[in-house]
Ligand binder design. Structure first.
Ligand SMILES: [Zn+2]
Length: 481
């Protein structure tokens, strides 16, 4: 017999006739991992009733682009610094030094920290593009999060040896071997944790993968029916490189080799034809919309470097499948929603676009569409019980007339009280049940302190961490005290 649980909530964001709706004084009935009833009353006897009448119940967020096994170590490091000749991208200048300094122990500490950070900030489904997929899958299984996991692969890498230009170094055979390893991970994860943990494919970047590798990846993703994630149109130097190689925008080239499609998700598709930083004619947004290709929009990580999409509102208006991700740090979907909404308005100089509805849809039903999972991202009969319960009476959530606007524009992480995935509570009253939050934080601090002194090793100029990323203020001079 299934276990039936009744949730009495102050407000439920329930899904009805193709849209989220607001149900005041709502009742949600669960049978094990599924929602079986949404309304004002229960549909029959239950085994258990939970009183959430002081809480707002929403679907969990689908975070479609992360690099959990390293991103937390970007914090306190990559902000406020960037080279203008790389149009403020950290990819060729800062991140190689960080990646080279990361060892296995640091990466594992990052994953364990990340899962707690994700739960505290609303992610119930995460797509992880990384390199320690088996560890990530085990950690997700242990924590209870819903996870799609990929080990990334590529035919080459970019680097700079002078701090001025980006160069490429190729090893196509290695790329094909790593592709085989990535396929094996997808196979290994099949059926893991009752399907809660699954694999997908992620050739790394449009400018570091050969056409052969991308075509093989697309064919495999179609056969396996798994998502296919690629970084594309993420920086000006990448756009210029693809233009130099093919006289096409990155997206035109991908469309030409048959890479776009309904399983394809591009991070971050910012530098599209028409963006003011590339000043190029063309209609990349149509290529995305007509092929059903999704975009993993990660506004915060770019915004903190002075880079933004132009414009989220245009992508939405053109019918592109928009989803939200956190990419690096912070890994808060609350921040992703807020920055997507605000930057969408700023880039259009317009208030009534890039609305709370647009970004909330992207974080829920948008991600579900890409995953081909109509049972995720919504509270409706038959859907998975992946739920968030928010404090309706907190300092930040009142006055409350429109719950979604308050979530997008005012909510803080502390307003998120409970998280359920697959019918299991993973967080109650802000406490993540599977991990010791202070312990994972202390461990990440120790790993940061171990990494910072090693960063000169992988830097093109051998700079120390303080030369690469000077501290905000100098140390207090005790000799002057
Ligand atoms: Zn990424």
């Amino acid at each position: 017999m299934p276990h039936r649980t009744r949730l009495d909530a102050g407000i439920v964001i329930a899904y009805q006739r193709g849209s989220h709706t607001v149900l005041t004084g709502g009742v949600v009935v669960l049978e094990d991992d599924r929602i079986v009833h949404v309304g004002r009353e229960a549909d029959g006897p239950v085994d258990e009733t939970l009183d959430l009448r002081d809480r707002l119940l929403t679907p969990g967020f689908i975070n479609t682009h992360t690099h959990l096994a390293g991103s937390p170590l970007d914090k306190s490091l990559v902000e406020d610094v960037g080279k203008r000749q790389f149009q403020y991208s950290a990819l060729p200048d800062m991140l190689p030094a960080r990646a080279a300094a990361n060892d296995r122990q640091m990466m594992e500490a990052c994953v364990d920290y990340s899962l707690v950070e994700l739960l505290r900030t609303g992610t119930t489904t995460v797509m992880e593009i990384g390199s320690i997929g088996d560890y990530m899958a085990d950690a997700a299984e242990r924590t209870g999060l819903r996870a799609y996991v990929a080990d990334s692969y590529r035919s080459g890498r970019w680097f700079s040896d002078d701090g001025r230009s980006v160069k490429y170094e190729w090893d196509e055979a290695q790329g094909l071997r790593d592709f085989e390893r990535a396929l094996a991970l997808v196979e290994r994860l099949r059926g893991r944790a009752e399907g809660r943990v699954q694999g997908f494919l992620s050739p790394a970047q449009v400018d570091t993968c050969t056409e052969e590798l991308l075509r093989a990846s697309k064919q495999a993703a179609d056969e396996l029916q798994v998502p296919l994630a690629l970084h594309a149109s993420q920086s000006v130097f990448e756009f210029d490189e693809m233009m130099r190689r093919h006289a096409l925008t990155p997206l035109e080239w991908l469309e030409g080799i048959g890479f776009l499609g309904e399983w394809t998700i591009l991070g971050h598709a910012l530098m599209t034809a028409g963006h003011s930083w590339v000043q190029f004619s063309g209609d990349d947004l149509s290529l995305l919309a007509e092929s059903g290709t999704a975009v993993a929009h990660c506004p915060w990580v770019f915004a903190r470097r002075g880079v933004m999409m132009e414009s989220f509102a245009d992508y939405v208006a053109r019918g592109v499948t928009m989803t939200l991700g956190t990419d690096t740090s912070t890994q808060s979907m609350i921040e992703a929603l807020r920055w997507a909404a605000v930057l969408g308005k700023l880039s259009k100089r317009q208030t009534d676009v890039s609305t709370a509805r647009d970004v909330f849809d992207a974080a829920t039903t948008g991600g579900a569409r890409l995953l081909h999972r109509p049972d995720l991202g919504r509270i409706a009969n038959g859907c998975k019980a992946d739920l968030l319960a928010w404090d309706l009476g907190s300092l930040f959530m009142v006055p409350l007339r429109d719950p979604i606007r308050n979530l997008v524009y005012s909510a803080q992480a502390e307003d998120l009280l409970d998280v359920m995935v697959d019918g299991r509570w993973l967080m109650r009253d802000r406490v993540v049940l599977s991990a010791d939050e202070r312990a994972v934080a202390a461990r990440l601090q120790r790993e940061g302190e171990r990494m910072w002194p090693q960063m000169h090793v992988g830097d093109w100029a051998g700079r120390s961490v303080d030369e690469m990323s000077p501290l905000t203020y100098p140390a207090f001079d005790t000799s002057l005290a």
